[in-house]
Write a protein that binds this ligand. Structure first.
Ligand SMILES: NC(=O)c1ccc[n+]([C@@H]2O[C@H](COP(=O)([O-])OP(=O)(O)OC[C@H]3O[C@@H](n4cnc5c(N)ncnc54)[C@H](OP(=O)(O)O)[C@@H]3O)[C@@H](O)[C@H]2O)c1
Length: 352
């Protein structure tokens, strides 16, 4: 994508490397148009991921998507510190972290943010997210059938207590922005109604076979920037997130056709589509060539309007990260996590 297109402001990196353009945020800041994911799908080591972050920063990435539960912030911290010490202006970097589900209580949120800052060797985060809207914990690396008997559905007044702690972090200057992840329209509507400080971003699953058109548009209309996770269809996701019938984005005929005409890998087409549609994709990779190709995908050779239109046809409502390990007793299926019928199951909250 060329700078200036589609609401993206051009901004050249001061060290002469190709910089991804940036998108404006509702808090007056801006976010790079592509980032590097750091969830290693329970299979890549912290050292491998730290190496990927170092390579990404050296070729021009400025957005790094981290989370406490990925278990590797302590590996990534020295890389960020080295980059800033080595001349990457802190103001160019955009680092995200997220509070995990077992740390939703007010004092835990504040302590978790401080622990992530210390591990990442930063004074502030550019954005801090509530990773999931439920305080439902599952152990890292657990199987698809794992359930925690203490799990419960979304309870709005509990979530707003968590959000109040997020707002406090923003007031303390420890997070320049705060945001949501894995919320639905009914939940986000309530959060926007009751928040003192609005979410600036919502991190959500987005790829050609799972476009979430209504939620995407709702975020845009509300001034909440969508960040798209699993943007190339998460081919290395853990076993617990694989189901028969999941679609493979890179094998869709519309994606393959565009890949042939651009002489690009189908993954690059998924990323071009994402950036041109308006979300911020955060592909994960530890392969230096793929890391470079993914950045080039959003800075060069955009898709034509006809190709963008054709890619709308890939929609299969194929959610890959279903979240079933967060289900509570009495839930019917993973669809309950996503308010599939437009209502929040077991709805409880103030002002309802
Ligand atoms: N908020 C949330 O709840 C949430 C949930 C899931 C993910 N996330 C975030 O989103 C990030 C990305 O999601 P994801 O890891 O699930 O899926 P993804 O980025 O769609 O897929 C990553 C996989 O694609 C491969 N890949 C990347 N670029 C490629 C290219 N150009 N050509 C061929 N293969 C390529 C990578 O392999 P190689 O390493 O071999 O390149 C890796 O196996 C995560 O790392 C995490 O930061 C957030």
């Amino acid at each position: 994508m060329r700078n200036g297109e589609n609401g993206i402001n051009g901004e050249n990196s001061k060290n002469g490397k190709p910089a991804a353009a940036r998108r404006p945020l509702g808090n007056g800041g801006s976010i790079p148009a592509i980032g590097l994911g750091t969830f290693g799908s329970d299979s890549r080591s912290g050292g491998e991921i730290a190496g990927a972050v170092a390579h990404a920063l050296s070729v021009g990435y400025r957005l790094i998507d981290c989370a406490a539960c990925y278990g590797n912030e302590g590996d990534i911290g020295p890389v960020l510190e080295g980059a800033v010490g080595g001349g990457v202006p802190r103001g160019e970097l955009f680092v995200i972290s997220k509070v995990w589900n077992d740390k939703h209580r007010r004092s835990d949120v504040i302590e978790s943010c401080k622990a992530s800052l210390s591990a990442l060797r930063l004074d502030y985060l550019d954005c801090y997210l509530v990773h999931w809207p439920f305080p439902n914990y599952h152990a890292p690396g657990c199987g698809a059938d794992a359930r925690n008997p203490e799990s419960r559905p979304y309870i709005h007044d509990e979530f707003m207590e968590t959000w109040g702690a997020m707002e406090r972090l923003a007031e303390m200057g420890l997070a320049r922005g705060i945001g949501t992840s894995n919320v639905t329209i009914p939940k986000l509507r309530l959060i926007l109604r009751d928040a003192k400080i609005k979410p600036v971003v919502n991190e959500m699953e987005l790829h050609p076979c799972f476009q979430q058109g209504e939620l995407f548009q709702f975020c845009v209309d509300m001034g909440v920037q969508p960040i798209g996770y699993s943007p190339v269809g998460s081919p290395s996701r853990p076993e617990r997130d694989r189901s028969p019938g999941d679609c493979v984005d890179t094998e869709q005929p519309e994606v393959a056709r565009a890949a042939r005409s651009h002489g690009a890998h189908p993954a690059a087409i998924c990323l071009k589509w994402a950036a041109q549609r308006g979300q911020v994709p955060i592909p994960f990779s530890t392969n230096p060539k793929n890391i470079e190709a993914n950045l080039r995908a959003v800075t060069e050779d955009p898709l034509t309007p006809q190709e963008m239109d054709a890619l709308k046809g890939c929609e299969r409502n194929s959610r890959l990260i279903k979240g079933q390990v967060f289900l509570w007793e009495g839930a019917q299926s993973w669809l309950d996590l996503w308010d599939a019928d437009g209502t929040i199951p077991g709805w409880r909250g103030y002002g309802s």
